[in-house]
Design a binder for this molecule. Sequence first.
Ligand code: C2E
Ligand code: MG
Ligand code: MG
Length: 705
Amino acid sequence: MATAASRANESLFDRPSESERVRALVDSGGALRDLVDATSAAIYVKDLEGRYVLVNRRYEELTGLRREDVVGKTDIDLWPASFAAALRVNDLRVLDALAPLEFEEQGPDPNSAVTFLAFKFPLLDDDGVPYAIAGISTDITRRKIAEHRLRESEERFRVLAENAQDFIFRYRLKGQPGFDYVSPACEAITGYSVDELYGDPRLIFNLIEAMHVQMMRGEGRAGLRQAWEVEVARKDGSTIWVEQRLSLITDPSGDIEAVEGIARDVTTRKQVETQLAHQALHDALTGLPNRRLLIDRIGQALARSSREGSHVAVLLLDLDRFKLVNDSWGHSAGDTVLVEVADRLRNAVRGADTVARFGGDEFVVVREGVGGAWEAARFGERLVNAVAGSLPIGGEEVFVTASLGIAVGGEDDTAEALLRDADAAMYSAKERGRGRVELFDAEARIRAESRLVAEAALRRALERQEFVVLYQPIVSVGDGRIVGAEALVRWDVPGHDRVSPTDFIPLAEETGLIVPLGQWVLDEACDQLRRWKDAGLDLASLSVNVSARQLSAGDFSAAVSHALRRNDLSPSALSFEITESVLMEDVEFSIESLVGLKALGVRLAVDDFGTGYSSLAYLKRLPLDSLKVDRAFVDGLGTDPNDSAIVAAIVAMAGALGLSVTAEGVETERQRDELRLLGCRYAQGYLFARPLPADDFARLVAEQT
Ligand code: C2E
Ligand code: MG
Ligand code: MG
């Protein structure tokens, strides 16, 4: 009986092992055929004449031909001639080489993209003689299309890059660094040629700022996505502004492999921008910082001063009588003066000081770290002296002077407050005489504030006609008879006392309101003269005061002749009084405007004579009729021999020039007697009458006849 063990031995000896069975099957060729049929590549064997001996299933699928229709045929039998020829050529190459070769073979339809990668090799017998050609062909159509597309798009981008105005580059950082690509625009932008850039990897540092290199290495990489505006040094040493965009190309492990960049020349835009920025903060005429920049600078200075515990001085300088320059010589002359003053100021300050044009004829200098008010005042004096000086304008030497106000501040102040204080101080400098320096004090601030209030009130008063004209008799010293009158304006502030012209005329002059006000007085005086004439009161002459600004503004002569004509008055009935100091301020201009006025036939008088340092030479050239001796010299007549001597001299000189003389401010009989002795013909003063309302004046004249 067979045991289990013997059965096992039996099987061991009687039955072939499983692996032997498999090997036998494989050797029989069945397995190989299955393998060959199962692959995704087409496999085929041809004899030396090209007749198919074997094709696999994939071949059938790809060609749509059945195995039995293929075997024994050649490619020529199966396919269009050109396709068949191409295959045959490759087969022959393999036979020629006697080695495996790889080919890309197009499909039979020349219009389709179907492509195979064919791996072909000769089959050799034991003597090494080829007896067949075997091939394995894989369909690579999809890959080919993808490659083709890639090539096409690369080409498109290349064309774009080559033609772009922007400089496009790719810089390799891995391995040996260097430019992978530079577009031809590099030459226009950097001055380096394509070849130079390819040749010298270090030139990248001319294009990319160190900062960006830093960023590439690590931190802030995300920031590189933005566009940068950087100044780039060109090959020739000049610099241009480029707007640059960089992107980092990383490899799959995240390491930076390359930088790609686009750089665009934005120099022109940058220049325009800088120019606009400059224009926004600077005065076009003088090139100095403007008000906006000034306020900013003062703010910064104050911030620093609070840290350092120092002081900031704000010095506001206003040209004296600048309006006169503009009015007399025109605005371009005014511009010349402003430019010159700007230069003088620039030369007078230190580098750290700010000189700004504040507006109109006002300049502001800011100095930091001043020790105190007196140091600032000394600096102010220097500025005023630096600005003062003559300047040739229209063939004449014009003397420029300026008044200056100073405010010194520290951490608790604001730019606005300091400017306001300096402005107030400047006004008080003007009030005390021109060409002066004044330090701000609280009193000045109040004066400045009340000045603004007063100006507004004056303007309103003009609109509401709150002014009246009084008439002060001018008498003959010999017999005391009234020969004329001077029209003197008053301001009747409703609910208040009458305001004296000495209180508001200077303000009216400063603000230009004197022009409409003076016009009103002139019209009023002429109307009054007409009314008196109609009432039978015939006055030899009526004096009207005019200010320099009236002479320089518009056509004063036309206004005068209109007022005369309207009232049917003879021009000789009007006498205009112009203060001596005003006449002498600008003699040539005075001569010119007075000659025009004189041509109308009106009479002209110098007011307040003796206070304005007239030169005799000039007096001779002015078309004058009379002098009004200032009250200051009349005051001491009969008591102060000096006054008598002065008046005597004036009378003698006037006689020589053919001018009549009127003494102002005669209050005593003693003064009148002295005048009579000195040969002064006319007088005016409280002794005879105060300035009177028109009706009172008329009554006074009526009484004396
Ligand atoms: P002014 O032209 O020299 O006028 C003479 C001033 O002396 C007047 O002052 C007059 O009231 C004053 N006065 C006359 N007699 C005496 C006297 O005996 N003693 C004293 N202490 N003063 C006397 P008022 O009216 O206050 O005018 C002051 C100045 O204002 C005038 O000086 C003139 O320069 C100016 N003014 C007045 N009205 C006008 C005007 O309509 N236009 C212009 N531009 N200025 C005017
Ligand atoms: Mg007068
Ligand atoms: Mg006077």
